[in-house]
Design a protein around this ligand. Structure first.
Ligand code: DAH
Length: 338
């Protein structure tokens, strides 16, 4: 039994087989246990002899099994390691990296320009009241110019803002003029009940600008916008102001920038006039100042509203505004940014 079992142990190919041999020889139903169990039938003389012999064999076999087990375990471990080795020479799979949305890039670029000129950035509310969106911007309930901005109303008094101008009123009423002038811009989403097409989107963006101080003039407005437009569209740009109408400014102007080269195949920025309309602006209406608790005799200011969507379309020759909102990566990933 001893010799045969040792041979079997040595030949065991894996841990499972080895365990089976252990159970067969040393287990409860195995021959050695049987011998030890049968001792009670032996004479007192035979008992110690048989007992120690059986124990000796049991110890020997146990040791053999342990040794073989160690060998098999090492082998199994080596095999596992071999299998799990990573082949570092395989070519990698590249991880797709996103880009910041082109409109985000443009808004951050414009924010940087204004922050450099000492403006603070103010966040407004996308859900606004009729009061701030219209009344406080000098657009009372029956004002015909309300038709210029078809509005998504949530209730009679609550709406989603049609422009970023309400942030003007919210900022003016809070500003402490004993600490100096108010200079702010406010970028964000705005909403209008338009049917979407190549040039209309029910959601788009604006950047509102506002400066209030003593003795602010139209010259300050023009000078400021000229600096900004040069930074955005190139140092050789010029701007011109055309008279216009907004209820919250008096006088009101539309601002054009001189033609610039844009990129992209659909680029047709400079068709005939040599000028491109880029934003609306004006001197803050005395009514607007007064409603925000500012004395129009003492203070004056200018304001402007700029469309980042339009800037992006002009600059990159994008001829359909819907591209910005459809999240097609083939479009968006063209604008890698820095
Ligand atoms: N709120 C205007 C609009 O949505 C844009 C605008 C024009 C803003 C003139 C201004 C401004 O602050 O002075 O059409």
């Amino acid at each position: 039994l001893k010799e045969a079992t040792i041979v079997k142990i040595k030949q065991a190919q894996d841990l499972k087989e080895l365990n089976q041999i252990r159970v067969e020889t040393l287990g409860k139903k195995g021959p050695i246990t049987e011998v030890l169990r049968g001792m009670k039938d032996l004479s007192a003389e035979e008992r110690p002899k048989v007992g120690s012999f059986a124990n000796e064999i049991r110890d020997l076999l146990t040791q053999e099994i342990e040794e073989r087990k160690a060998v098999l375990e090492t082998a199994a471990m080596n095999e596992a390691l071999e299998k799990e080795t990573i082949d570092v020479t395989l070519p990698g799979r590249s991880v797709k990296q996103g880009t910041r949305h082109i409109l985000t890039q443009i808004m951050e670029e414009i924010e940087d320009i204004f922050v450099g000129m000492g403006y603070q950035i103010v966040e407004g509310y996308e859900v606004e009241s009729d009061h701030y969106n219209f009344e406080r911007m000098n657009l009372p309930k029956d004002h015909p110019a309300r038709d210029m901005q078809d509005t998504f109303y949530i209730s009679e008094e609550i709406l989603i803002r049609t422009h970023t101008s309400p942030v003007q009123a919210r900022t003016m009423e809070k500003h402490d003029f004993s600490k100096g002038a108010l200079r702010m811009i406010s970028p964000g989403k705005v909403f209008r009940r338009d049917t979407d097409d190549a040039t209309h989107s029910h959601q788009f963006h604006q950047i509102e600008g506002l400066v209030i101080d003593k003795n602010v003039t139209m010259g300050d407005l023009k000078g400021t916008l000229e600096v900004v437009m040069k930074k955005m569209f190139g140092e050789d740009r010029q701007i011109r102001l055309r008279p216009s109408y907004f209820p919250f400014t008096e006088p009101s102007v539309e601002v054009d920038v001189s033609c610039f080269k844009c990129g992209g195949s659909g680029c047709n920025v400079c068709k005939h006039t040599g000028w491109i309309e880029i934003l609306g602006a004006g001197m803050v209406h005395p009514n607007v100042l007064e409603m925000s608790g500012i004395d129009p005799e003492e203070y004056s200011g200018f304001a402007f509203g700029l469309g980042p969507d339009r800037v992006a379309m002009l600059r990159y020759g994008v001829n359909d505004i819907r591209n910005f909102y459809q999240n097609d990566l083939r479009f968006l990933s063209q604008f890698k940014g820095e």
